[in-house]
Design a protein around this ligand. Structure first.
Ligand code: 13P
Ligand code: MG
Ligand code: MG
Length: 376
């Protein structure tokens, strides 16, 4: 049985700042989406990470299906209407275009989708991040799929031993999808050379090499500024990952996320702070909106979900969060300085550009005095 997972996420308004959606907004979105269970959809799950509402949809219509995308769009629109009526902050924030044209891509919401032949014991994970960018997933996914120091399956399982194929997108390119496909382990250094630039190169998908038809991961690649032409919030990403057997095990994603790497995002989407793994339905942090990631694992059978297990809710993660908090506190001590704030290339869609342009007029150029002419 071929099943499609469509994970579509948007910020449609939040309570008291960029914190979390209101209960009423969530209810309205759930009503819309759940009404299609057993019709357009097989199953659905709705949760939030920070101020982003995430729809996890299963169906049999394939990737990018207009009806599934229209449902997500309409559910978000209905939620945004409620957000407006409640006076929520940033009501409809990620719904950047008025007209829906068959797919939410390019309209604001983040979408990660995958179609696959269901295994009898299909296990999937959905990662949803708030206050950061799609490139935040580059390191954890690289470590889980390509680094034997983290991914023990690469050594221990004949199914994983050939490695994985990475499709990486240049998200600065706006004329179409500009991608490169590189095989790990042979092209490991090339993969790393691209993935280190998280603002520009983003893992779009990962595939098994032993079973080339089997897709392991899909990541949303939306850059809101490329759609809006200005800063309108961060490009808070989602990823869907198949796990177990011919893929890394669920728990092999733990140590990569426990690195809590510094990523772009947080307050005004303009700084670097560690990516903190949090339980699902966690509000954004008052500590400078530290970037956060949630993980839900489901078993899927004939398109139906079990209840999820919350990957960052077990006791171990309290210690990891403490480490992330320590890193965040340390970085924030240096305020605007150096790597605490993003480079100008990433800030150019915000207000600092106008400020620097205004300062241009106040610059003076002084040259060394001309040497006095001989004999004078
Ligand atoms: P969001 O992208 O999550 O709305 O956050 C925006 C922001 O600027 C937080 O400070
Ligand atoms: Mg917001
Ligand atoms: Mg958000």
């Amino acid at each position: 049985m071929r099943t499609t997972l469509s994970v579509i996420k948007a910020d449609i308004g939040s309570v008291g700042g960029h914190t979390l959606p209101s209960q009423r907004v969530l209810e309205v979105v759930r009503e819309r989406v759940f009404a299609e269970r057993g019709k357009l959809l097989v199953d659905a799950y709705v949760a939030h990470t920070g101020d982003d509402v995430c729809l996890i949809l299963s169906h049999h219509h394939g990737v990018g299906h207009p009806d599934v995308h229209a449902l997500a769009w309409e559910a978000f629109r209905a939620g945004a209407e409620v957000a407006k009526r409640q006076g929520l902050y940033g009501a409809g924030q990620d719904l950047l275009k008025d007209a829906f044209s068959g797919n939410v891509r390019g309209l604001g919401p983040a979408a990660a989708e995958m179609e696959f032949e269901e295994r009898p014991n299909e296990a999937v994970v959905v990662f949803a991040a708030d206050k950061t960018e799609p490139g935040a997933f580059n390191l954890p996914l690289y470590l889980a799929f390509a680094d034997p120091m983290y991914s023990s399956g690469l050594l221990l399982s004949p199914d994983l031993h050939q490695g994985f194929r990475f499709r990486i997108m240049d998200v600065d390119y706006t004329e179409g999808d500009r991608t490169i496909t590189l095989d790990a382990p042979e092209r490991l250094y090339d993969i790393a050379a691209l993935l280190r630039d998280t603002h520009r190169y983003v893992i779009e998908s990962i595939w098994s090499r032993k079973y080339p038809q089997e897709q392991a991961a899909a990541v949303s690649t939306t850059r809101l500024r490329n759609i809006a032409g200005r800063y309108v919030g961060k490009d808070d990403p989602v990823a869907v990952v198949r796990v177990q057997k011919i893929f890394p095990a669920t728990e092999e994603f733990g140590p990569p996320f426990a690195v809590v790497p510094f990523v772009a995002g947080d307050t005004r989407g303009s700084h670097n702070l560690p990516l903190m793994p949090v339980p699902i339905n966690t509000p954004a942090s008052t500590f400078f909106c530290v970037p956060m990631v949630s993980g839900l694992a489901f078993s899927v059978h004939e398109g139906k979900f079990t209840e999820p297990t919350d990957l960052f809710a077990d006791p171990f993660w309290a210690h990891v969060r403490d480490r992330a908090a320590a890193k965040a506190l340390e970085m924030r001590r240096q305020g605007f300085f150096g790597p605490a704030m993003l480079p100008m290339s990433e800030l150019e869609y915000g207000g600092i550009v106008a400020r620097l342009e205004a300062l241009e007029k106040e610059f003076v150029v002084s040259r060394e005095a001309e040497p006095a002419a001989a004999g004078q």
